[in-house]
Write a protein that binds this ligand. Structure first.
Ligand code: URA
Length: 257
């Protein structure tokens, strides 16, 4: 790392709200452990939080999705991508200007998965989640806990861009979220970070505001689910980076447990 890179990194950490650096060994080691041991669900002792959720591996509503449990994750994700198809017409967004379906990206065996809301303009153009300004911030957040985009998996609650980046509508979420549940069922991450209100409320089947949900860890189908603020909100409200950093420290702690 050059001097300039180091300075930029420290600037970013300061921006995130990090006060000081730690000499603790775990902060010097990058987390690169393969997920071999991660398939056994672990009970979250710390949280005590329980939420209701839909349990079937193949969620009703996808209809044509092949069973996933018996396939290797990469293969199962490829099959799911094919099931959705490049020109999905299941909801009205296909007729409202979206260019393409934005499926998801990353390590099919990731221990850590981020769930956003919906593709924006850049994502719609490039076919990959979180590549615009909010995405660049997410990449920095991932790097701030010693990981890379390639090590995690990133997907959205809905796979097509709503016109003008408006909020996803209930019928769009209802139609598309089964595919996210499928992705989660295939990847089986140990930790799920829900970015923003829509992802958090949908996964947790709650209407509690994100301000009430963040700062807590939920048990979700054998994974720990951590709701936090959406990176786009952080761009509008930089002081909230401090809280996101608190959430990310929890993520890091759970990854090392
Ligand atoms: N915001 C999201 O929620 N997802 C993206 O992919 C990009 C921006």
């Amino acid at each position: 790392m050059t001097r300039d890179e180091l300075a930029a990194h420290l600037d970013y950490m300061r921006e995130l709200g990090v006060q000081g650096v730690s000499r603790a060994a775990e902060w010097r080691t990058r987390i690169e452990t393969p997920r071999a041991e991660a398939s056994a669900p672990e009970a979250s002792e710390e949280t005590g939080e329980m939420t209701e959720h839909v349990t079937p591996a193949v969620v009703a509503g996808t209809g044509d999705a092949a069973p996933t449990a018996t396939r290797a994750p990469a293969e199962a994700l490829a099959a799911l991508r094919q099931t959705i198809g490049p020109a999905c017409t299941r909801c009205k967004l296909h007729a409202l200007g979206r260019r393409q379906v934005v499926f998801g990206v990353g390590n099919p065996q990731a221990r850590l998965m981020f769930v956003g809301e919906a593709p924006g303009e850049d994502e719609d153009q490039q076919g990959e989640p979180f590549v615009g300004r909010a995405g660049q911030l997410l990449t920095k957040i991932i790097e701030a806990i010693g990981m890379t985009r390639e090590q995690v998996y990133i997907a959205n609650l809905i796979k097509c861009r709503p016109p003008g980046n408006r909020n996803p509508e209930p019928d769009e979420v209802a139609t598309c979220e089964p595919f996210l549940f499928e992705q989660l069922g295939i990847i089986q991450p140990r930790i799920v970070v829900a970015l923003g209100k829509f992802a958090a409320q949908s996964l947790l089947r709650t209407t509690e505001p994100i301000t009430k949900l963040r700062g807590r860890v939920f048990e979700w189908r054998g994974a720990s689910l951590i709701p936090t603020f959406h990176p786009a909100y952080l761009l509008r409200n930089p002081p909230a980076k401090r809280e996101v950093w608190e959430d990310m420290k929890k993520v890091r702690e759970l990854l090392q447990a």
